[in-house]
Design a protein around this ligand. Structure first.
Ligand SMILES: NC(=O)c1ccc[n+]([C@@H]2O[C@H](COP(=O)([O-])OP(=O)(O)OC[C@H]3O[C@@H](n4cnc5c(N)ncnc54)[C@H](OP(=O)(O)O)[C@@H]3O)[C@@H](O)[C@H]2O)c1
Length: 266
């Protein structure tokens, strides 16, 4: 793993908290260059400070994923920092806590904008630089909700499912030119994502989620991500028993549905 990460230039979105922040802390142990992004600049600076005695060189590049018009300039700034991008962790995202029948299309669009369009547009702008380098690895934080739908997650699940189709195509088109893709499908990871999840009014639901609170620690999740990326895995499911439905859906679909009927939103 050491060899894989040393001297790489790594860009992480959604780095201000949760899985992204845990990835920063884990990656900073290596002698590499890190660009960390999210909206909350103060949180990013705190994280950088926390890593100040570690081998990695870290720069902060705050931006809003819902402002796609700014991306050309953001990508230009990111490239200028260290002259290249080897690994792009497209991790920033927003969740959902609202029933389909109560959610207006504009809220669905808001979720798609951040989780899908922003994600793919960033990759589309970075891809030409990676092709020029003849090397680049997109690491995309999808979700278990990218494998099957769930209560109160219709737009969220749709956004994560869409990422799989997009990146499988991108990979097939570019794999012979050194481009790699790893799709991450975390189950329940202990982060504050439920608090920021959008409700039917497009506002933060601001409610805790027992399922996530009992989930895997973000630091353990980061270790699993780093190992999967170093092995250039195409897809990895990360979590505990909540992953079972993903396997059931594939191999025993009737049992999958029986189990899903018994589950509740929270
Ligand atoms: N936790 C889980 O159980 C779980 C499971 C499956 C998948 N995931 C995925 O994992 C990724 C990270 O989530 P997390 O669990 O670590 O939750 P989190 O702690 O809430 O992190 C979300 C990150 O995304 C950033 N973000 C959200 N909206 C943004 C925007 N408009 N512009 C820029 N950055 C934005 C946030 O930064 P700012 O607020 O500072 O902008 C934050 O750094 C997400 O893609 C999520 O869908 C999480």
């Amino acid at each position: 793993m050491h060899q894989f990460y040393e001297h790489k230039v790594v860009w992480i979105t959604g780095a201000s908290s949760g899985i992204g922040a845990a990835l920063v802390l884990a990656l900073a142990q290596f002698k590499l260059k890190l660009i960390i992004s999210a909206r909350r600049e103060a949180e990013l600076n705190k994280l950088k400070e926390q890593c100040s005695s570690m081998p990695a060189e870290i720069v902060v590049l705050p931006f809003d994923l819902s402002n796609i018009d700014s991306f050309e300039s953001v990508v230009e700034q990111a490239i200028q920092k260290f002259g290249r991008i080897d690994l792009l962790f497209n991790n920033g995202g927003v969740s959902q806590r609202s029933l389909t029948k109560e959610t207006p299309l504009q809220v669905d669009r808001k979720i798609m904008e951040v989780n899908f369009f922003a994600n793919i547009q960033l990759s589309k702008l970075v891809l030409p630089f990676m092709l020029k380098q003849q090397y680049g690895h997109f690491i995309v934080t999808s979700s278990l909700s990218g494998k099957f739908g769930f209560y109160e997650r219709s737009a969220y699940a749709a956004s994560k499912h869409a990422l799989h189709g997009f990146y499988e195509s991108l990979f097939l088109e570019n794999r012979t030119q050194g481009i790699r893709v790893t799709m991450l499908c975390p189950g329940s990871i202990k982060t504050s994502i439920a608090l920021a999840a959008l409700n039917k009014d497009g506002l933060p639901a601001a409610a805790a989620d027992a399922r996530l609170d009992n989930g895997m620690d973000a630091s353990a999740c980061a270790q699993k991500i780093m190992s999967a990326v170093a092995k250039e895995k195409k897809e990895v499911l990360i979590g505990k028993s909540e992953l079972i439905p993903a396997y059931l859906k594939r191999f025993l679909p009737a049992l999958f549905w029986q189990l899903m009927y018994k589950l509740k939103p929270n």
